[in-house]
Design a protein around this ligand. Structure first.
Ligand SMILES: Cc1cc2nc3c(=O)[nH]c(=O)nc-3n(C[C@H](O)[C@H](O)[C@H](O)COP(=O)(O)OP(=O)(O)OC[C@H]3O[C@@H](n4cnc5c(N)ncnc54)[C@H](O)[C@@H]3O)c2cc1C
Length: 437
């Protein structure tokens, strides 16, 4: 029986990085995928959501063109969702060859289309084919999926998640987004710009709870000005079907008062669950909890030659994080010794438009007020140099001089991501696949 250097379970951002890296260095590697090559990022995550955001931005630019003196433009009105999603699919199709079976086989990876299940610390079963792959190292990169909270009536009424929202054929007249995290906020703003009446219900005191309140305040002003209703500190407690509408009872966490909101469609974006089922983690003796597989700072599980990366290991759920961990794993599985993950310099962006929010440097211990100085100053200068409308409602809360050699930064404003890339000199840490023009 062949013994692989590495068997990788899951062909998303993390798994593909490991497979390509190991094969590129001459290692023998097998890659298992039970659903679609490319994982969440290509099929249900970054790529379709960014394409949707781009299409929605085009609509908004037409809507706002008069502010720049452009004549003879009228509000484009509600959009044809099917046409927009056709554009989204064309973006995915453009990128899919990069993640395809053919490309990876061309790189020297043995690809198996089937679910992976651990038989032991060195053996992986491929689906129900009875085939068993032997490996020195096993990498679990099985990702995550939408977490659906128990809300009475939700299942019966029906709802969308990130797996189905990019397939809608008819634009909902009204949409409730359950969850005010980055996924809900990005998609919510896009649907609003396309013509849906959007309500975001967030269980936290403000949407995007991982960011500072004053940074989020800029975004909230923009979203509200675009017509989005935001209900903070609340959660959906019941859904009923009434006269063709989905009537959601929303309860305030503060005073327990309830309101009914009738909508045409619901998008559930209330967090993620790790894909750990069916892997036989218990049988193999691998520790995990509801947040995912437990790993050390080298991405090693409780079994030393079994590694876990990306969303399935919890922590930061980003494509570039999964890819970065994948690169560390290539080093740790093929060469003597092991390298640790550097948690100190992780950038991320929430791609709401036009205030994008972009924190960086998650472990910086300095006071946050100090850390934001550079970003705020840059933002003002950029607005001027790029001819942005100075009256816009996404101006920064204040303007200060930048701290020298500031390693950490939060940006809010148009082109926040590009500013961070330029000033951080970390072009490879931000995931940004080009979309077709
Ligand atoms: C709507 C949305 C937008 C997002 N936007 C961004 C963004 O802009 N930037 C960003 O950095 N991140 C973004 N993310 C997060 C990003 O998609 C994930 O962090 C990333 O895909 C995680 O990569 P992964 O390799 O861990 O898992 P995945 O990409 O999910 O890949 C896991 C793969 O494993 C497969 N699998 C599962 N179980 C098995 C098994 N037993 N056997 C074989 N295969 C299996 C799955 O089918 C899947 O293909 C977004 C996510 C969503 C939902």
């Amino acid at each position: 029986m062949t013994t692989y250097n590495v068997v990788v379970i899951g062909a998303g951002s993390g798994g593909l990085t490991v497979a390509a890296g190991v094969a590129g260095l001459g290692g023998k590697v097998a890659l298992l995928e039970k659903h679609k090559m490319g994982g969440d990022c290509l099929n249900y995550g970054c790529v379709p959501s960014k394409a949707l955001i781009r299409a929605a931005k085009a609509v908004q630019q037409v809507r706002e063109a008069h502010r720049y003196g452009v004549g003879n433009v009228t509000d484009p009105g509600p959009q044809d969702a099917k046409a927009i999603m056709d554009y989204v699919r064309s973006c995915q199709a453009h990128i899919a060859p990069h993640d395809s079976v053919e490309r990876f086989e061309g790189l020297g990876v043995e690809v198996f289309l089937g679910g992976g299940r651990l038989r032991s610390a060195n053996e992986v079963e491929v689906g129900d084919t009875g085939k068993v792959l032997r490996a020195k190292h096993i990498v679990i990169a099985t990702g995550s999926r939408a977490r659906i909270n128990e809300v009475p009536g939700l299942k019966e009424a029906g709802y969308l998640t990130n797996e189905s929202v990019f397939d809608v054929e008819k634009l909902p007249g009204s949409l409730m987004v359950m969850g005010g995290g980055p996924i809900g906020t990005e998609i919510g703003q896009s649907f609003s710009r396309l013509g849906s009446k959007v309500t975001i219900v967030s269980s936290t005191p403000h949407i995007c709870p991982k960011e500072d309140a004053d940074i989020v305040d800029v975004l909230v002003r923009k979203l509200k000005n675009e017509g989005i209703a935001i209900v903070d500190n609340s959660r959906a407690t019941k859904v009923e079907l009434r006269d063709g509408k989905k009537v959601v009872t929303v309860q305030s966490k503060l005073d327990k008062s309830t309101t009914e909101i009738a909508v045409d469609e619901i998008l559930v974006a209330t967090g993620r669950r790790p894909n750990i089922e069916g892997l036989n983690l218990e049988g193999a003796g691998i520790a995990f909890d509801e947040k995912g597989i437990k790993t050390d700072d080298r991405c090693r599980t409780s079994i030393p030659n079994v590694w876990a990366i990306g969303d399935v290991a919890g922590g930061f759920l980003f494509t570039h994080w999964a890819g970065y961990q994948g690169r560390v794993i290539v080093r740790n599985t093929l060469f003597p010794g092991t390298s640790a993950i550097d948690y100190g310099n992780l950038p991320w962006t929430t791609f709401t438009d036009s205030p994008q929010r972009l924190p960086r440097g998650v472990q910086d211990e300095r006071p946050r007020r100090l850390r934001r100085r550079v970003g705020r100053l840059l933002r003002e200068g950029r607005r001027r140099s790029q001819g942005e409308d100075p009256r816009r409602d996404d101006r920064p809360p204040s303007r200060r001089r930048p701290a020298r050699r500031d390693r950490s930064r939060e940006e809010v404003g148009p082109h926040a991501r590009q500013a961070l890339e330029h000033h951080s000199r970390l072009p490879h840490t931000l995931r940004d696949r080009p979309l077709p023009r």
